[in-house]
Design a binder for this molecule. Structure first.
Ligand SMILES: Cc1ncc(COP(=O)(O)O)c(C=O)c1O
Length: 402
């Protein structure tokens, strides 16, 4: 599909899903549980901030964002991750993004040299994964190394198990916590081991924490305090945060990259060449959203209610697992593609086969894809729709079973 470095990218996962399902007649009025589109009400303070500053669409914004934005976003980082005032400086440790996807993609360029240890640089990617990571690695000239995140490793990638020959040419590792698609959260020990590995082999950790505020038990441990506890700084770390999930504002396209001051400085320089600035009214709305935690608590409670409903309806099925965070079910159904087809044909229910987010670990063996056995189910609709759809889904999944 793409030329050059990107030639090895498969078609986008929703294009694969359309290929699978569109030729088949849905068994009922279609309902999409395939897309992670948060669909919340837009808070009034967001509308007001944009209306008040709309005249500033007439100006080029600064790549650093406004002082108001830095105070608000930096304030959230310190408050949310309990960092001492002296540890984190919004002037040096943070930049605004047009959503985290943009930052997750561009970050690969600032850490990838021509060669490392005399070889092609490698970027480590959990498998399955948010598809942007692979595009970023390839575009930056690195080899993506897909590292399985299966049940046996707590649905997180075990990077330390990689051969030394890979680790010595590694320039970065993406980690997603809470994870999309599995919803697993990295704990303190996971972060500590990862930073030890990153320090030993001199690579950067890209911590994608865009689901950090959607959790069902304890607050997930963030990479920022975990790194700070080890070294008293954020060396070899960039973290990515988003309003898309926290505030149900995916259309605002507003995110944060935060971490090591030297990396942020390099990122700023690179973004001055190639990064899209964030429009001033979006920055004003974003600042208002980062300042406020009450709407986030409401969103979190809403997702917890949906997850409790899912547990009630599907929890006694083999293959159901309650995630630690995020808003996806990652269900082991034996064959994700076959099940997605069945749910569509019999119930008009659109879910994503897990394999579409993963890669085969042995070429030509579909079952070696760590996502093969799974479907991903997004709980983004209102409760009554989720109740009706998951109820129906449970019935369809039970059909044909002893
Ligand atoms: C794991 C993960 N990272 C990043 C993103 C991008 O989020 P945004 O660009 O809206 O901040 C998403 C969106 O679905 C995601 O699931």
């Amino acid at each position: 599909m793409f030329p050059g470095r990107l030639a090895e990218l498969p078609p986008a996962m929703f294009a694969m899903l359309a290929n699978l399902l569109d030729p088949v007649k849905p068994g009922a009025t279609p309902i999409a549980l395939s897309v992670g589109d948060p669909r919340g009400a837009v808070p009034d303070f967001v509308r007001e901030a944009i209306a008040k500053t709309a005249h500033q669409f007439g100006e080029y914004p600064a790549i650093n964002g406004t002082q108001e934005w830095r105070n608000a976003a930096g304030g959230w980082i310190k408050r949310r991750f309990k960092l001492p005032d002296t540890a984190f400086d919004a002037e040096r440790n943070i930049l605004p993004l047009n959503g985290t996807r943009e930052g997750l993609f561009l970050a690969a360029f600032i850490v990838t040299p021509q060669t490392k240890a005399g070889q092609r640089p490698a970027i480590l990617i959990p498998n399955p994964f948010y598809q942007c990571y692979a595009a970023a690695a390839l575009a930056a000239g690195a080899e993506p190394i897909f590292v399985p995140a299966r049940a046996e490793t707590g649905f997180l990638p075990d990077f330390a198990a990689l051969p030394k020959s890979v680790l010595e040419r590694t320039v970065a590792a993406y980690v997603c916590s809470p994870g999309n698609p599995e919803g697993a959260c990295a704990g303190e020990n996971y972060w500590r081991s990862l930073f030890e590995l990153a320090d030993a082999h001199d690579f950067t950790v890209f911590a994608d924490e865009c689901y950090a505020d959607i959790y069902f038990g304890e607050e997930p441990v963030s990479a920022l305090p975990a790194r700070f506890a080890i070294s008293g700084n954020f060396e070899r770390l960039l973290t990515f945060h988003s309003l898309s999930k926290r505030s149900c504002l995916p259309g605002l396209r507003s995110g944060i990259v935060a971490g090591d001051a030297k990396l942020i400085e390099r990122f700023r320089a690179f973004r001055n060449y190639a990064g899209p600035q964030v429009p001033m009214p979006i920055m004003a709305a974003s600042a208002a959203a980062w300042r406020d935690d009450s709407h986030v608590a409401v969103n979190r409670a809403m997702y917890a209610e949906r997850m409790a409903m899912a547990e009630r309806l599907l929890g006694n099925r083999a293959g159901f697992r309650k995630p630690d965070g995020g808003f996806f079910l990652w269900m082991d159904v034996g064959d994700g593609e076959e099940t997605a087809l069945k749910l569509w044909r019999q119930g008009g229910i659109r879910v994503l086969p897990g394999a579409y987010m993963g890669r085969e670990t042995e070429a030509g063996k579909p079952q070696s894809n760590p996502g093969f056995r799974y479907i991903r189910v997004a709980l983004v609709h209102e409760l009554s729709t989720i109740e009706a759809t998951l109820g129906r889904m449970g019935e369809i999944l039970s059909e044909g079973r002893a």
